[in-house]
Design a protein around this ligand. Structure first.
Ligand SMILES: O=P(O)(O)OC[C@H]1O[C@H](O[C@H]2O[C@H](CO)[C@@H](O)[C@H](O)[C@H]2O)[C@H](O)[C@@H](O)[C@@H]1O
Length: 909
């Protein structure tokens, strides 16, 4: 059995050594024959970093001077070529959170064929290519290096030496977690499925590419997914980075000219997802498990499911999942959700994202959401929250390396007598680096006593999002430094580059505080790594404070022991800096102990293995339900059960079960005589107690059943209850509460009613229904109804009321009162009326529940539990129709089948 781990980027990629250029960091500088691995030494900011570029003119290879990485010639910023990743990565060690360098930007990889720019002519009207490029830059669009078709470029790469190296792109947290789980024996054979993270079109059809694919498969258990450069660029740089990433992090472009919601790049997203699905399907064997990761591959579960209906598929979203109000802005929202729902289990980092997802599916797809997941028409999809974590074991090993110690010493000397606030973030809007710098500036302005004594070291990782943010951040850094720096002091050290792993660990170990001001972030693993490094085992600093944005998944794990901040509130952030610096040792230690405990509890290995076992469990459960096709009701068994019991309780749904279903706002004109006769016949036996449950109002049910006084009734889906023989209704819900929420909901409904000609509102005692079946424009009415339901759900959640979109109407009813709560009350009341001397543990020995709708499922579940726990001797739950059900038997002949069965029982009085 193999576990496939599909994630956009493989943990490995390939670097080429081109003729005439020395291999990066090679010891000998000689070129290496064939495809043999090239020996490299560890990268360091002290080492020369030769640049490779095959396009003329060659970038001159420059010997960098030995530099202090925290200053450069202008004393402010350092910009170096990309780190060599041969040793700076997985298996060797790397931070969990990575940057996302522009795809196709490396000089030692082929250039992209996507969007080859047209020659520098006027391209439309009077805009030159350069002007267009500038405009794109302003919109935050960075183009990869592109190349018009060139045989020489292709030939050079097709014949160049290459080596497999650790990739600097992708999800480090996921890779660390998989490796830790494998190391601890919690993960058997696994195979990565992903792209090489570089343009490959130049190598298409060459032996070179075949060799690379084979090497990755045989030596590294990695299946490479190949797609055209245009598909990849459209998928990643456009659809992922300009549409999904911002929307998932609540960045809704409000510029009317924004292209964010146009789905011009959607087709590329589909193509890349399809390429992943095809690769998985081709390699899948019965028993294999498929894990699909993150927002780049939302469609893959659905695509695999289509080809492999029985596959065991898990999906985990690493980033945040936004509120349905934000998600529904996406033009392709349904396709994205349906893609995810191809999985058996969908995982999110924290409960908030799970809740958003369930609400979104319930609102946009009208799927039934339960606390455990989603009931679709034909199957159940489980939904869980399980936060990823770090790998303390490997982190600890790397921290023991002498290089870390060396950097701690360097920094200790360099920043002697200063307090250090550190940070390492991706430089995009979502990470809130700008907000952090502004808060820091405010702190220095407000607290002159701290000037000279505090340094903020901000490492900023490159992203494809450049534009004004880059300039704005630089401006703030310049402003702060020029305001408060002197010959011996620089308040902000801004490194616009990544640093190597040893420096990263040293930075975390020597810090007095880490400051994270993300506007949204799935899980901030830098915080976890920082807390781990603050145990004081290395370096003298320990128990440093954590200033952490409340908008990170991480903050929900830390129970307020961090200094939680709203990054938009600069004053509060500035106060948090002060608190972090001035906090007493005792408080620091107390907070840190709690935080450290949380980090060690939620480890990456635990996350990985727990997800695996949950997937196994839900898969078994879902299959058990599917495969045990619910048997038809056996009349002979039912009669035996009936005959051998003496205290029988029937709970029977009305519409669709005892009478044919009619629109809920129409009172049934003719008495359902046959139904009344059957019920009367059954009640002739005084060992029988019958309750009929319905969505109708109490007065409607009174009218319908006035001839059967000893019948019990449940009205408005559980909000009202009338006991057998009683003439008064018990109102289960609190009427004041109902009045309050009805007032607010009616206002909302009226708003939509005015915009939906032909719709009407039905006012029940405890519920409201917005009917639009007879609307003049049904399609438009449906859209209004969806908006209306979302609106109510957002506005009224605290009032414990929800809106459920149904066929042709939206039902608004209380959350806490259901047919099931009414059934439980009936049972409890019967029990409380039992004579004290009886020996039975239950007031009834026969319980039969019959229904056809979603709301009846909860009653089946409750009744079945009484049977399983042997509280009630005979439990029969019957569902009409073929839908997936909790009931233990089905009856496919509809209402007449139910009436026939009940009539039969009545004969045994
Ligand atoms: O920038 P991308 O290539 O699109 O990848 C997105 C990010 O993926 C990883 O972060 C996400 O997963 C982390 C682990 O679960 C989680 O901590 C983080 O909040 C998520 O955003 C990766 O670590 C980032 O570098 C990528 O930018």
């Amino acid at each position: 059995m193999t576990v496939f781990i599909a994630s956009l980027f493989l943990p490995k990629t390939v670097h080429f050594t081109l003729p005439g250029t020395p291999p990066r960091g090679s010891l000998s500088g000689k070129s290496h024959p064939g495809n043999r691995p090239v020996l490299e030494k560890a990268p360091s900011l002290f080492q020369p970093q030769p640049q490779l570029n095959i396009t003329p003119p060659h970038t001159p290879t420059e010997e960098h001077k030995r530099v202090d990485p925290f200053t450069n010639e202008d004393g402010l910023r350092v910009q170096l070529p990309p780190l060599d990743t041969t040793t700076h990565a997985l298996g060797v060690g790397a931070p969990a959170d990575r940057g996302s360098p522009t795809w196709g930007a490396r000089p030692d990889q082929p250039m992209s064929r996507a969007n080859s720019p047209p020659p520098p002519l006027l391209i439309d009207n009077n805009r030159t290519l350069q002007q267009k490029a500038r405009e794109m830059g302003r919109q935050g669009i960075t183009q990869p290096r592109t190349l018009p078709r060139s045989d020489s470029h292709d030939r050079v790469f097709a014949h160049a030496n290459w080596k497999v190296v650790n990739a600097d792109q992708g999800n480090g947290g996921l890779r660390n977690a998989a490796e830790a789980a494998a190391r601890e024996g919690k993960l058997g054979d696994y195979t990565w499925v992903g792209t090489l993270g570089m343009p490959t079109e130049a190598l298409k059809g060459t032996q070179q590419l075949q060799d690379i694919e084979d090497r990755l498969a045989t030596e590294h258990d990695m299946l490479s997914v190949f797609c055209s450069d245009k598909d990849f660029d459209g998928h990643y740089s456009h659809f992922c980075k300009q549409i999904l990433w911002p929307v998932f992090h609540y960045q809704i472009p409000d510029n009317p000219k924004s292209k964010a919601y146009e789905d011009h790049s959607w087709k590329y997203y589909v193509n890349v997802n399809q390429a992943f699905a095809d690769k998985i399907v081709k390699n899948w064997k019965r028993g294999d498990v498929v894990w699909v990761h993150d927002y780049h591959l939302l469609l893959v579960p659905g695509m695999v499911r289509k080809k492999l209906p029985d596959a065991k598929i898990g999906f985990f979203l690493h980033v945040a999942f936004p509120s349905s109000e934000v998600f529904r802005c996406l033009a392709v929202r349904k396709q994205l959700l349906e893609g995810m729902l191809g999985a058996n289990l969908i995982g999110f980092q924290i409960h908030e994202y799970t809740r958003h997802f369930l609400q979104t599916c319930s609102r946009l797809l009208s799927a039934e959401a339960t606390p455990d997941g989603l009931q679709l028409e034909d199957r159940f999809v489980d939904v869980v929250s399980l936060p990823i974590g770090i790998d303390p074991v490997s982190l600890s090993q790397h921290r023991d390396e002498s290089e870390v110690k060396k950097w701690i010493d360097i920094m200790r000397e360099r920043y002697a007598g200063k307090k250090l606030i550190v940070a390492r973030d991706k430089l995009d809007h979502v990470r809130g680096v700008r907000q952090k710098l502004l808060s820091y500036e405010l702190f220095l302005n407000k607290n002159p006593e701290w000037r000279d004594k505090i340094v903020l070291i901000q490492v900023a990782l490159s992203t494809s999002e450049k534009s004004e943010l880059d300039a704005t951040v630089s401006d703030i850094v310049t402003r702060v430094n020029s305001s408060w720096a002197n010959l011996a002091y620089q308040p902000v050290v801004y490194l616009k580059q990544d640093i190597d792993y040893a420096q990263y660990l040293a930075l975390l170990s020597i810090a007095d505080a880490l400051m994270i001001t993300s506007q949204r972030e799935g899980m901030n693993l830098t915080s976890h790594e920082y807390l781990f490094c603050q145990d004081g085992k290395i370096g003298e600093k320990k128990h440093g404070s954590l200033i952490l944005s409340e908008f990170t998944g991480t903050s929900s794990l830390f129970g307020g022991n961090e200094l939680s901040v709203n990054p938009w509130d600069y004053r509060a952030c500035s106060d948090a800096i002060q608190k972090a610096l001035e906090m007493g040792d005792e408080e620091k230690e107390r907070r840190w102990n709690k935080l450290y405990e949380a980090v060690n509890h939620h480890t990456g290995s635990h996350w990985f293995s727990e997800l695996g076992s949950r997937l196994d469990r839900v898969y078994e459960e879902q299959h058990r339900r599917d495969q045990t096709s619910v048997p038809r009701l056996s009349m002979s068994t039912l009669i035996q059960q009936y005959k051998r019991t003496e205290r029988r309780l029937f709970i029977l749904d009305f519409e669709g079960t005892l009478v044919s279903w009619g629109p809920v706002n129409k009172i049934i004109p003719v008495s359902p005589q046959r139904t009344l006769d059957v019920l009367n016949d059954l009640l002739l036996d005084d060992r029988n107690t019958i309750y009929v449950m319905s969505g109708r109002r109490p007065e409607e049910l009174d009218r319908l059943f006035r001839r059967i006084p000893n019948l019990g009734l449940i009205a408005e889906n559980g909000c009202f209850l009338k006991d057998c023989g009683s003439s008064t209704w018990i109102e289960m819900a609190d009427s004041d509460q109902i009045r309050t929420w009805k007032e607010s909901v009616k206002n909302i409904l009226t708003y939509y009613l005015e915009r939906t000609p032909g719709a009407e509102i039905e006012d029940r005692r405890c519920s409201l229904i917005f009917h639009y079946k007879s609307a003049e424009d049904y399609e438009a009415a449906m859209r209004q109804a969806t908006d209306c339901a979302s609106h109510i759900n957002d506005a009224c959640e605290e009032q414990r009321v929800h809106a459920i979109p149904l066929d042709g109407c939206v039902l608004v009813e209380p959350i806490d009162w259901t047919k099931s709560t009414a059934a439980q009350k009936i049972f409890a009341d019967l029990r409380s009326h039992m004579a004290p001397d009886v020996t039975h543990k239950s007031p009834v020995d026969f319980l039969m529940v019959v229904g056809d709708g979603r709301e009846d499922e909860k009653v089946f579940k409750w009744a079945n539990t009484l049977g399983e726990e042997k509280v009630v001797q005979e439990v029969v739950t019957v569902s009409l129709g073929i839908r997936n059900t909790e009931a233990t038997a089905t009856l496919t002949q509809g209402v007449s089948g139910v009436l026939m069965a009940l009539q039969k029982l009545a004969q045994y009085a």
